[in-house]
Design a protein around this ligand. Structure first.
Ligand code: ADP
Ligand code: MG
Length: 269
């Protein structure tokens, strides 16, 4: 379990990126942080692996204050996937993945064996292992990014708009892949997106953020939909002016909530 306790972050130039943020993230859950650009999503994510230090408040991981953890050790247990895959351009795909493991002291043979295994896990064709990142499509590069984050078998996966730069069809494919990995690997995943549809498709818990990293609402997709906290949330959900991105269908006694792409986001009772 990861708990934020009254976390605030004010950058040196005075920007208040996060304001009194408290949240509990259950182990093995997938939490989506959703908000428009500048709402503090990346800052919050980076507080978890100590790439950003909060100005006040604290973050506990299984009861231990992460401020007391060794940052390098902490980051090894937390895979990180960025919007741009962040792959080393002068290294082949397989080397990009194996390198992370080599850095943690894994021997060469084991590192390459594990790299192949994890590339297979994310569904990358073996033929692509010998390519350089520039020779991959956006979607393929993001798969490699996910493989690299999973290589050291971290307990936690931090994903910062990982599919923001890929086209909608590939994006949907990658979302399905993440849902499958989440179901199979039982990682705790914290997923940042500005796409509410993506959040509804993937998350157990959704956190909707306003400017300044202020929480507008926290809940399961079904809870938020059934009971939007205020006009801001309603607006965010696209429930205004009939331009709803989410819709409901009646099936017997159950109201099923569907995303714009037709996936089930939740069931209201
Ligand atoms: P998001 O990921 O939701 O777009 P960020 O966490 O990146 O939001 O940024 C939140 C706010 O903090 C924004 O106003 C941004 O300009 C500001 N910010 C982010 N990083 C820094 C930094 N290193 N120094 C100063 N301000 C920053
Ligand atoms: Mg960001």
């Amino acid at each position: 379990m990861i708990s934020f306790e009254h976390v605030s972050k004010r950058y040196d130039d005075g920007t208040q990126a996060v304001t009194d943020f408290s949240l509990t993230i259950a182990s093995h859950s997938l939490t989506a942080l959703v908000g428009s650009s500048g709402s503090g999503k990346t800052t919050l994510l980076r507080c978890i692996n100590r790439m950003v230090e909060p100005t006040s408040g604290r973050i506990l991981w299984d009861g231990v204050d992460i401020a007391e953890a060794n940052p390098v050790h902490l980051r090894r247990q937390m895979g990180y996937v960025m919007q741009q895959s962040g792959l080393l351009p002068h290294r082949k795909v397989i080397d990009n993945v194996a390198t992370v493991l080599r850095l943690t002291g894994v021997d060469r043979t084991a590192a390459y064996r594990r790299a192949r295994e994890v590339l297979n896990t994310v569904g990358l064709e073996p033929a692509l292992e010998q390519r350089y990142p520039a020779q991959l499509s956006g979607g393929q590069a993001q798969r490699v990014g996910v493989a690299r984050a999973l290589a050291a078998d971290p307990k936690v996966l931090l994903m910062d708009e990982p599919f923001g730069a890929v086209d909608p069809i590939v994006r949907r494919e990658l979302q399905r892949e993440i849902a499958r990995l989440h179901a199979e690997l039982h990682k705790t995943i914290i997923f940042v997106t500005h796409d509410i549809d993506e959040a509804f498709a993937l998350a157990d818990q959704i956190v909707i953020l306003k400017t300044g990293g202020v929480i507008a609402q926290v809940g399961s997709p079904a809870e938020i939909l059934a009971n939007p906290a205020d006009d801001f949330v309603r607006q965010f959900l696209g429930l205004h002016h009939g331009e709803r991105q989410l819709r409901t269908e009646q099936h017997g006694d159950h109201t099923v909530v569907l995303t714009a792409s037709g996936r089930v986001a939740g069931v209201l009772t």
